[in-house]
Design a protein around this ligand. Sequence first.
Ligand SMILES: C[S@@+](CC[C@H](N)C(=O)[O-])C[C@H]1O[C@@H](n2cnc3c(N)ncnc32)[C@H](O)[C@@H]1O
Ligand code: SF4
Length: 366
Amino acid sequence: MVRSCYIHIPFCSHICSYCDFSKMYYHPDWCNRYLTALEKEIEQNYQKEVLETIYIGGGTPSSLSVEELNRLFQILEKLKRSRNCEFTVECNVENITKEKLELFLKKGVNRISIGVQSANPKILDFLERPYRKEEIKRIISLVKEVGFSNINVDLMYAIPGQTLNDLENDLDFFLNLNVPHISTYSLMIENHTKLGNQKVEAIKEELDYEMYQKIHKKLEEFSYEHYEISNFGKIGYFSKHNLTYWKNLKYYGFGLGASGFLSNIRYTNTKQFQNYEQGNFRNFEEKISKKVDMENEIMLGLRTMEGISKIEFIHKFGQKLEDVFPMIQKLVKEKKLLETKENYRIPFSYWYLSNEIIIYFIGEVE
Ligand SMILES: C[S@@+](CC[C@H](N)C(=O)[O-])C[C@H]1O[C@@H](n2cnc3c(N)ncnc32)[C@H](O)[C@@H]1O
Ligand code: SF4
């Protein structure tokens, strides 16, 4: 049963030096045409399930005008929502306004995620983010004043030239914002971005590791649970939407470049505006075999503090985890996995190396 839906808004008022997401410069005419196509995609595919989470991400959803956002919400009225549906909108500091926030609240949005990234002017310039720390503080106060308490901020680190001291200052700034959720991102230098084209080098792995440790230590000190490899939240504020992904559950992905997982198909939509507009939404579909589904269950579940539930695995696949993945006992003996009565999880000391542990599981199933 599908319980979650991601909606992609690809427009941005500026393009950042590092970004490889599906995005383009905002233009009212393109936006109008995009919303028409998005409506068609939803009408053709949505099967009227009641949704527990909706996430409008980007790109930059807050780059749309109030009129365009009104039209977007009118389209999304087709989506049935449970009474406690977690409804998130991603916003950027440079184009969120009181009027837009009030509209979100009126339309049932109850979670705001803000791409802050850093408060350091040197880093903001490097990332080509057009604001300063005074505007960040003003926007966070505004979000709270309008009535939102469930707020996430994104923090980036591992930026070339960034020192541990710079990170410490950013962490202090983020903690002072006093929001209940922080998502962290180690900068990836992607091909086809400005940084990639300039052949900018990533920071050394040892420094990246030290930064990861520092973030973990500091945020836990301030009562944020490190509940997923890159995510920290106060109790009661973990992202329900992202937990859908990590629990390997089904979800719709609507919009340019969006991904989804329905029945036994994982799909990615086209990133070409023209194709999307013509109704050729899907670019890639993969039928997920039981073997791959079980591997995904492990790969995704082991990213979280809870890990993989033994009983849920049996309910889902009709087999015991230990029978499918016999190497699990070896990993427990080596203390790379922790076993409790209910689940298996990676101990924090190995989180940074979780990919090396996860790799043991791939290709092991007959
Ligand atoms: C694609 S953005 C969309 C949100 C919003 N438009 C923004 O600019 O914050 C979602 C998050 O992905 C992260 N991100 C994007 N590109 C990244 C990269 N190359 N390396 C690491 N994190 C990245 C950023 O932290 C960003 O907040
Ligand atoms: S990081 Fe956000 S604002 Fe910057 S280009 Fe990517 S989607 Fe747009």
